[in-house]
Design a protein around this ligand. Structure first.
Ligand SMILES: Cc1ncc(COP(=O)(O)O)c(C=O)c1O
Length: 355
């Protein structure tokens, strides 16, 4: 079945096979070497010199660990949809003081609004989603980065769960302090592993916070990397690590720029196709490069469409939450290529008799 859902995405059979690598001990030099190798490769993918930590949890795990381990005063969360709101929920459920700014559905967070909140001086951490999978909106983190430069005391967390590995994210150039992603999206691995880059500023902040928890405590994760030669405090998902180490080689073999261009080309094709038969949900110019959220202007029955697509070995996704019937989503990240997406759009045209 070809998955056109925005995660989990298709995993290459060779990568899947690496999950079945015979086990090694997690306190062995082999485990350290594996984990160091992954860190070095992720630094290259993320354009950063920062420390890399992995977590045997999906992305939400590190989001939770991050917001509670770095916020001393108050967090401000900028949301463009369900995953943005998740940051705020995580803060509140952990007893962290946090405010939430929500953009209108389909709209991005613009730098001016970030500035307005931060200049109050009330916040010492800020969280935002780069690529909002629920609405298909991409936030302009490049121009938001210019604003963040004015507030060096604020720790900046960015959720790149559905963009890293498909879209260029220049972590250090942007000044992102905690950049978080998951295995099951554009990195095209099975779900169950998350990763983050942690800036020096963040590490300094961690030392001042008492309520960091245990399993997802960023300081413990960083300490183990430093003092235990890249190992982890608890037994990590070694199968994911074997697969990630291999998948990163595949990604570099394709070439980072080639990979980013492939995602741009597929997104452009999909957005144009959508706009000839439906309408993209996000405001023009802020459409995601990894998932296209389609406004269901023809009021089609998405469940019926999906049933027909599945007979042809393909599946897409309905809208998320309140947008369930108003939109549907086409995921195009990771292993998807242009021929796959053309096959999908041809099938949709055929099933819905659009031509
Ligand atoms: C943008 C975004 N953030 C966070 C998450 C949560 O990640 P996970 O399911 O890996 O916990 C998702 C999952 O779909 C997502 O798309």
């Amino acid at each position: 079945m070809k998955l056109f859902i925005p995660g989990p995405t298709n995993v290459h059979p060779d990568v899947l096979a690496k999950m079945a690598t015979p086990m090694i001990g997690h306190r062995t030099p082999e485990a350290s070497a594996l984990q160091k190798s992954i860190s070095d490769k992720l630094r290259k993918l993320m354009f950063t010199e920062n420390k890399i930590v992995l977590s045997t949890s999906s992305g939400t795990g590190l989001m939770e660990g991050a917001i509670r381990s770095v916020t001393q005063k108050k967090a401000i969360v900028f949301s463009t949809g369900a995953f943005g709101r998740r940051w705020h929920e995580l803060a509140k459920l952990n007893g962290i003081d946090a405010d939430l700014y929500e953009a209108e559905p389909g709209h991005p967070v613009l730098p001016g609004i970030v500035d307005q909140y931060l200049k109050t001086g009330k916040y010492d951490s800020m969280a935002i989603t780069h690529n909002e999978t629920s609405t298909g909106v991409v936030n302009p983190i490049e121009s938001i980065a210019d604003v963040m430069q004015k507030y060096p005391k604020v720790v900046w967390m960015v959720d790149t769960v559905s963009s890293l590995g498909g879209v260029k994210i220049e972590t250090d150039k942007l000044g992102i302090d905690v950049c978080i992603s998951s295995s099951q999206k554009a990195l095209a691995l099975p779900p169950g592993l998350s990763l983050a880059s942690i800036s020096k500023k963040t590490e300094e902040r961690l030392l001042k916070i008492g309520h960091r928890g245990f399993y997802l405590d960023l300081l413990t994760l960083c300490d183990y990397i430093d003092k235990r030669n890249y190992q982890y405090s608890c037994t990590p998902s070694l199968p994911h690590m074997f697969a990630l180490n291999f998948q990163l080689d595949r990604i570099f073999k394709e070439g980072l720029e080639n990979r980013f261009i492939r995602h741009i080309e597929i997104a452009e094709y999909t957005i144009n196709w959508v706009n000839s038969f439906f309408k993209t949900f996000p405001m023009a110019g802020f459409e995601s490069l990894t998932v296209t959220c389609v406004e269901n202007t023809r009021k089609i029955n998405v469940a019926e469409l999906n049933k027909e697509l599945q007979k042809r070995d393909m599946v897409l996704s309905n809208g998320y939450g309140a947008l369930k019937d108003k939109t549907f989503r086409i995921g195009h990240m990771g292993e998807i290529n242009i021929d796959d997406i053309i096959e999908l759009t041809n099938a949709i045209e055929d099933i819905l008799k659009l031509k």
